[in-house]
Design a protein around this ligand. Structure first.
Ligand SMILES: [Zn+2]
Length: 273
């Protein structure tokens, strides 16, 4: 037998260990985790946006696991308002405002006594924001995806589970939007959401996670008190301070298996491939 029989096995093991960084030591539980979701719905036939769509069965498994492992569910206003007081705190967030958040996520969150923050786009119906980042992204798929009606948004707030956050009026691409226009996108989204839903809106999410220092200023001037990004990770690792205007989140991907979710909770991301 060849002396090299073990080589293919080693390569496979290294590849798995790069894709799933199971070997990295877990970050302390008292660093809050902020989880980022978009849709909670079964995968369709389309290969696009698969990462954005977490299957409802998987979602319930994740929430049940968090509850049974002693994670306290908090909204962004509780998390940041309490000055990151530590403890096992997890903030569930949803971006954009898909209808399945009310149909599929709310019942699960209620069942496990969880809380969540919804970053709602004001002008969300028939709006395919994927084209604002790159024109060739336009398949019309996100435009066709049903969004929450105002009645459903009220239902989410009245349930006591959800708080609202801002995500601009139109899900604009901040880096390519003129200053005056983006100032309006940011400040008006807070004003409109507060007036429409008679609720306080204190947290902001940068669309596509893309922003500059100028945009941070605009978010502060609009009266928000914190903002989340799409930068993957867990704030406070290695003694660093969380920046309330650039909070990192843990991406929960629809392509993940359950093991990947647990690795993300431990270290803030899944791996290197
Ligand atoms: Zn978004």
């Amino acid at each position: 037998m060849s002396l090299w029989w073990w080589l293919p096995a080693l390569i496979v093991m290294l590849a798995i260990s790069a894709r799933y960084a199971w070997w990295k030591p877990a970050l302390p539980d008292d660093l809050p985790r902020v989880l980022m979701y978009h849709m909670i719905s079964p995968q369709g036939t389309s290969k696009k946006h698969r990462g954005l769509r977490v299957d409802p069965t998987m979602f319930e498994r994740q929430i049940a696991w968090l509850a049974s492992n002693g994670w306290e569910f908090v909204t962004l206003s509780t998390l940041t308002g309490g000055g990151f007081r530590g403890g096992k705190q997890v903030a569930i967030t949803f971006d954009d405002g898909y209808e399945d958040n009310a149909l599929n996520a709310l019942p699960v969150l209620q069942k496990y006594g969880a809380k969540a923050t919804l970053y709602l786009v004001v002008d969300r119906h028939n709006n395919d924001w994927s084209v604002k980042k790159k024109a060739h992204h336009n398949t019309g798929e996100l435009a066709a995806e049903p969004k929450l009606s105002d009645t459903q948004v009220r239902q989410l707030i009245d349930s006591g589970v959800f708080e609202l956050g801002g995500h601009t009026l139109t899900h604009c691409h901040l880096p390519s939007t003129p200053l005056e226009q983006k100032a309006e996108e940011i400040s008006a989204c807070r004003r409109v959401l507060e007036e429409t839903f008679q609720t306080s809106v204190t947290s902001f999410a940068y669309p596509f996670g893309m922003f500059s220092a100028e945009d941070v200023d605009l978010v502060q001037q609009a009266g928000f008190s914190n903002a989340v990004t799409t930068d993957e990770g867990i704030d406070g690792a290695g003694g660093s301070m969380a920046d309330p205007w650039r909070l990192r989140r843990i991406k929960v991907s629809g392509k993940d298996n359950f093991w990947a979710f647990k690795i993300r909770m431990r270290i803030g991301f899944r791996g290197y491939l």
